[in-house]
Design a protein around this ligand. Structure first.
Ligand code: G1P
Ligand code: ZN
Length: 543
């Protein structure tokens, strides 16, 4: 079939955010919208002769259409080979694993992560580079610049590829290999964890409930937990990826995974609960009647990492996004390893991992991962916890309480104010920025402020600088309030207010987080005037 060159006109709104380009399906479905973005990407990438690309997504609505479109455009770009997951399916961590295993030049992930799916939901696309991680800002900004001046598309009129048949076929001289989406990822997990110990744990009657939230994590969790590790059938629930996630909001936090929380607080609760998000890179871990905060999860994993075979040599260092609690910093200090503080978004961890300076990293937004891939990895985190429970014989709750006893509890919460009109959100942030120079050494709402700034990050590996990564107000006792606007939303703006207070007193470790954080909520309000500016009396989501 001939390669076609078609005229197109630019869209002005194709700037990738925290994690690629995310828009409503209705936006992506406009004529040439997806094509323009892919062409802008291909124009920015070098010549593809002889190169391999990995392609797959979380199976949400529009996934299949997008896969077929991209295959035709990849052929026109001149790729030698595209590896695509069966059915167009690959979880985000699996894309990363496949890129690395096959030494591909990069990959395209089709996902809007934890955002709702379906015809009225969201769709997304992002590019990952040869290390398996999200493209750095210099690439995403170049793609955006190119998208604004694009005038031609290159594609072909080849018929659709049979995505449900494993094996090879050709699209205009390019080899397309439809691969098992799970195999490479599952093999990698087997090299990291003590599968025999986890198998014995399940054989001894340990009960896990893994809620895949009707999203892409299902096939991976079923194959590894119920298949390889012998967990009873039915351990993984909501295991079939659905185009609209069955109406669920596939974001694993106690609000959205309320069914899991109900099971974990019931009289006959399983020993451990877990959930993953739309593209299976996020995770939530729950003990019996005990929710683990993501920041604590990272700290527990770091504290006990050497019990897990893949990490027995010890950790080079750890990293967390700036708003993530300082629990892992405290563990790192005890271990005598470096702890890096990066801006929000996984792309900032890649350089540190490639340079061998960091082994584990995580974010407060239910993301945890390690240098085994260059994405956060939901099922990996759950396997890590299972391995720790098997190795220590301790419950999920006991492991967290041990952390608190050793380091104090970092009481933590994030308050989200969603769908604020963009101009109001911008005004709120501008108002905060204007106060920054005068806040240090003052007392506001009874809180003594030590430092107030707009977080800027200089990458220690390549020296690149990222400015305006969130406003942080740090009190003299180390408590913090952080304000930033989401870079992944698709409706207006979302204000995130992150609250952290350290509680060293063991007698107060069971304090309810929202109660403990009330003084910081009052501080946030008096600094940002959220109610007056947004008209919202309460956050839309508190996690
Ligand atoms: C959110 C999370 C961030 C995460 C990103 C992609 O970004 O806060 O930690 O890396 O999703 O999963 P945000 O919407 O805050 O820009
Ligand atoms: Zn995700």
């Amino acid at each position: 079939m001939p390669i076609l060159t078609l005229p197109t006109t630019p869209f002005g709104d194709q700037r990738p955010g925290t994690s690629g380009l995310r828009k409503k399906v209705t936006v992506f479905a406009q004529k040439h919208y997806l094509e323009n973005f892919v062409q802008a990407l291909f124009d920015v990438l070098p010549d593809a002769t002889g190169l391999t690309l990995v392609l797959g997504g979380d199976g949400r609505y529009y996934n299949r259409v997008a896969v077929q479109t991209i295959l035709r455009m990849a052929a026109a770009k001149g790729y030698a080979r595209v590896l695509v997951g069966e059915g167009g399916i690959l979880s985000t961590p699996a894309v990363s694993a496949v890129i690395r295993a096959h030494k591909a030049s990069g990959g395209i992930v089709l996902s809007a992560s934890h955002n709702p799916g379906g015809p009225d939901g969201d769709f997304g696309i992002k590019y990952n580079i040869a290390n398996g991680g999200p493209a750095p800002e210099k690439v995403t900004e170049a793609v955006y610049a190119r998208s604004k001046v694009l005038s031609t598309l290159h594609t072909s009129d080849s018929p659709d590829v049979a995505l449900d048949v494993l094996g090879d076929c050709q699209v205009d001289g390019m080899q397309v290999s439809v691969i098992d989406p799970v195999a490479i990822y599952a093999e990698l997990m087997g090299t990291l964890f003590d599968f025999s110990a986890i198998r014995r744990l399940f054989a001894s009657g340990f009960r896990l409930r893994y809620d895949a939230m009707n999203a892409v994590g299902g096939p991976y969790a079923k194959a590894i937990l119920e298949g390889t590790l012998g967990a009873p059938t039915g351990t993984v629930v909501n295991a079939v990826p659905l185009e609209d996630f069955g109406g669920l909001h596939p974001d694993p936090n106690p609000v959205n995974a309320e069914d899991l929380i109900a099971h974990m607080t019931a009289a006959d609760a399983p020993d451990m609960g877990a959930a993953s998000d739309g593209d299976a890179d996020r995770n939530m871990v729950v003990g019996r009647n005990f929710v683990v905060s993501p920041s604590d999860s990272l700290a527990v994993i770091a504290a006990h990492a050497t019990l897990v075979p893949g990490y027995a040599q010890g950790l080079a260092g750890v990293a967390r996004s700036m708003p993530t609690s300082t629990a892992v910093d405290r563990v790192a200090q005890t271990l005598g390893i470096p702890c890096f503080e990066t801006p929000t978004g996984w792309k900032f961890f890649g350089n540190l991992m490639d340079a061998g300076r960091v082994t584990l990293c995580g974010e407060e937004s239910y993301g945890t991962g390690s240098s085994h891939v260059r994405e956060k990895d939901g099922l990996w985190a759950v396997l890590f916890w299972l391995n720790l429970v098997a190795a220590t014989g301790k419950s999920v709750e006991a492991l967290v309480r041990e952390l608190w006893t050793a380091h104090g509890r970092c009481v933590y919460s994030r308050h989200d104010y969603e769908a604020i009109p963009t101009d109001k959100a911008d005004a709120l942030m501008a108002g905060l920025r204007a106060q920054l120079p005068t806040l240090a050494n003052t007392t506001v709402a009874g809180c003594a402020i030590a430092l107030a700034d707009d977080f800027a990050y200089t990458d220690p590996v390549d020296g690149s600088v990222s400015q305006k990564q969130g406003i942080r107000v740090i009190l003299t006792d180390g408590s913090r309030v952080v304000f930033r606007l989401s870079g992944t939303g698709t409706e207006g703006a979302t204000l995130r207010v992150y609250l952290e207070r350290h509680e060293p007193d063991a007698a107060r470790h069971d304090i309810e987080a929202q109660t403990a954080l009330q003084p910081l909520v009052a501080l946030a309000e008096s600094l940002a005037h959220i109610r007056a500016l947004t008209g919202m009396a309460q956050p839309t989501v508190m996690t």
